[in-house]
Design a protein. Structure first.
Length: 361
């Protein structure tokens, strides 16, 4: 089985996300629930899923300038540390970095400065969720943009620093149920890839094995960034990222007011979508287009998406986009992460032999 690789400062604000229904009372140690947190390029949002099928939005925490800069740096693949299988030249450097990390952790500090920045927003999210639910939070499933420079070790160390267990058991490394990517989480949040018989691990695996890889286009139009990703998704096997375009100058905050620069802004987004979609091959349409981000339903953005596919394929994607109606792009990935966290939390509460069926795939 291929598995997915992947200074505390005050944050700007944290507040509850309004929901239509009152959040149910959650008891300490409730194993039929799971919390998912989506760390975006400028904020984090959290949701909780219950075993009865209810999913509720919880809180939003806005990041500070250091957090925003961290996400930008992690989008650069050159910042990825190759210490699992280092070259001879890299081995010594990796050993030194590991020793420094362990020393800092032993002294009660974050493993690195970057870990401290991530831990800061994680702590704020954790506190806000606890305030909302009225219980102590010991674990949640974090998901991030597709960041080529993100090291899973940094995520694990940040969670450990703020007293979070993350997803316990080997299931946390599963490429679908233990995902760290917002693409896979939003796929689940849209209702795809989830088991009908999620309480039965073997049946869930068998159900997933009947499915083929599905090509999906993920378009994230958020406050501080735009991202287009083409990914082949499967509920059992590791996702295959075909293409990715991320631009931190094309977020909604950068949208010009005046007509000509505004048109150029949308033209750049259209070009990025065309470039990514074109990697599928000639006259090939993705099976799904999933929109996420705080401004996923912006009318001008939707028209730009349609124009991109018409330019590339002379195909009207209106029907594909209709699947996004009624979805909240802001919360989609957090909700999907919560669904996955609820499932893995349930599995983790059962005997080890059942868990081994998943971890050995």
């Amino acid at each position: 089985m291929l598995f997915l690789e992947i200074f505390l400062l005050p944050l700007v604000s944290a507040y509850a996300v309004r929901t239509e229904r009152e959040i149910p009372i959650l008891k300490e140690g409730d194993l039929t629930s799971g919390i998912g947190v989506h760390f975006t390029s400028s904020y984090a949002v959290a949701a909780i899923a219950y075993g009865n099928g209810t999913v509720e939005d919880l809180v939003r925490v806005d990041g500070n300038a250091q957090y925003n800069d961290l996400i930008r740096r992690w989008s650069d693949k050159n910042n990825f540390r190759r210490c699992e299988y280092p070259s001879t030249q890299e081995r010594t450097q990796c050993q030194i970095m590991h020793a420094d990390r362990e020393l800092n952790k032993g002294l009660g500090y974050p493993a690195t400065e970057d870990v401290g920045i991530l831990a800061s927003i994680m702590e704020e999210v954790k506190t806000s969720i606890e305030r909302t639910l009225g219980i102590q939070v010991t674990a949640f499933q974090p998901v991030f943009p597709v960041l080529r420079g993100l090291n899973k070790e940094d995520v694990d160390d940040a969670m450990e620093h703020v007293g979070l267990d993350g997803i316990n058991t080997a299931i946390k490394d599963h490429p679908f149920w233990g995902t760290h990517w917002e693409t896979t989480a939003s796929y689940a949040g849209a209702g795809f890839g989830l088991c009908n018989t999620w309480t039965d691990i073997r049946a869930c695996v068998d159900e997933g094995m009947q499915l083929d890889y599905e090509e999906a286009m993920f378009l994230n139009f958020d406050n501080s960034s735009f991202a287009a990703a083409l990914q082949f998704v499967h509920p059992i096997f590791a996702p295959k990222l075909r293409a990715l375009e991320t631009d931190f100058s094309l977020g909604w905050w950068n949208l010009p007011v005046y007509e000509i620069p505004r048109a150029k802004f949308w033209a750049r987004i259209q070009e990025a979508i065309v470039d990514v979609a074109n990697t599928l091959g000639p006259r090939t349409i993705p099976k799904k287009i999933i929109l996420l981000g705080d401004h996923a339903q912006d009318p001008e953005f939707l028209e730009t998406v349609k124009a991109a596919f018409w330019e590339l394929l002379e195909f009207d994607v209106e029907l594909l986009l209709q699947d996004n109606e009624g979805r909240d792009g802001l919360m989609l990935a957090a909700r999907g992460a919560a669904e996955l966290a609820m499932t893995t939390s349930y599995w983790a509460s059962h005997d080890a032999s059942e868990r081994e069926e998943v971890s050995e795939l």
